[in-house]
Design a protein around this ligand. Structure first.
Ligand code: PAF
Length: 304
């Protein structure tokens, strides 16, 4: 039996938010960086800052690289982008215990299944979160919007009730166990696949999708196509139009994560959002021409 050794893969906003929140709980997570980033740090114990509207807290945290890990990993939280997640977990594979619990916090769908299939020995969980966080500087995270995180095991497993129980109570993030996690992943994916790609293509804020012009017409078509796929998959959601319009209104001034990626010239997570939906629709024989047109136009604009 190993002591719980918590490791976090990815030092972006979500990785830093979870690392700081675990430190706040009195745990000692270690942040795994890519070898090249790790080498840039002379000191391997660094300050991690967490700000909210009410307070600023600072914690000291160990950073490691896959090659510098010196204890078995039995709790791993993966906070990389969807397209990096599988390779990131593979990079620490030799350190994972057989009973390691892995929590995946990627946007979209597809990467979670690929990791669960690649690591059949380990207990793999997926999470879906509405927390809002951004990095003001490296290792300086602002928890801008307190949200809710649902976590649930991807496969049924006899030990899966134990895994992340410690996160459900006395934890500054609101985490609940939700066994039908795929439902939660679909709910978020459905909203993201209507909003994110369009905001990236038009380089606009979320609220501007409701400007009553070409963007809104396209938004409505994406909503209709997405709803048809959800219905065919028997995924029950409240009215998708109400949800999408509600998110656009509530986050009217926000730049979506995909629009931010596009502005920075980074790869987006759309292959795991609209790409995943298009593949499902294809398998079901449901036309999703407006999703395809969106992906084609994004590609033509150099947004991948
Ligand atoms: O990806 C995002 O940015 C968010 O999930 C959402 C809901 C689109 C709000 O900006």
């Amino acid at each position: 039996m190993h002591a719980d050794n918590w490791y976090i893969l990815g030092a972006g906003s979500i990785g830093c938010l979870w690392a700081a929140s675990l430190c706040h709980k009195g745990l000692t997570p270690r942040l795994i960086l890519r070898e090249s980033s790790y080498q840039r740090f002379e000191h391997k114990r660094i300050p991690l800052k967490l700000s909210t509207q009410k307070q600023v807290k600072c914690f000291d945290i160990d950073i490691v690289s896959p090659g510098a890990i010196d204890s078995p990993i039995n709790r791993l939280i993966v906070c990389t982008k969807a397209h990096d997640a599988l390779a990131a977990v593979c990079s620490v594979e030799s350190h994972l215990t057989d009973s390691c619990q892995i929590l995946l916090l990627q946007n979209g769908m597809g990467s979670q299944q690929a990791i669960s299939d690649t690591f059949p020995e380990q207990i793999v969980w997926a999470g879906s979160s509405t927390d809002g966080a951004y990095l003001s500087a490296p290792f300086d995270v602002c928890h801008a919007g307190q949200g809710q995180t649902w976590i649930g095991p991807i496969r049924k497993h006899k030990d899966s009730t134990q895994g992340f129980n410690g996160l459900l109570e006395n934890f500054r993030l609101k985490v609940s166990q939700y066994d039908a996690i795929e439902q939660k992943l679909w709910e978020k994916l459905a909203i993201n696949c209507c909003i994110n790609g369009l905001t990236a293509l038009f380089n606009c804020r979320n609220g501007e999708l409701l400007d009553n012009d070409e963007k809104q017409t396209w938004l409505n078509q994406l909503i209709a196509e997405t709803s048809r796929v959800l219905t065919a998959l028997d995924i029950e959601t409240p009215s998708l139009q109400e949800c999408v319009y509600g998110v656009c209104q509530a986050t009217a001034n926000n730049i979506s994560s995909t629009c931010q990626d596009a502005r920075q010239g980074r790869a987006t997570e759309l292959p795991f959002i609209n790409g995943f939906l298009i593949d499902k629709a294809h398998a079901l024989g449901i036309p999703v021409d407006n999703h395809r047109k969106l992906m084609d136009q994004l590609r033509a604009s150099g947004i991948q």
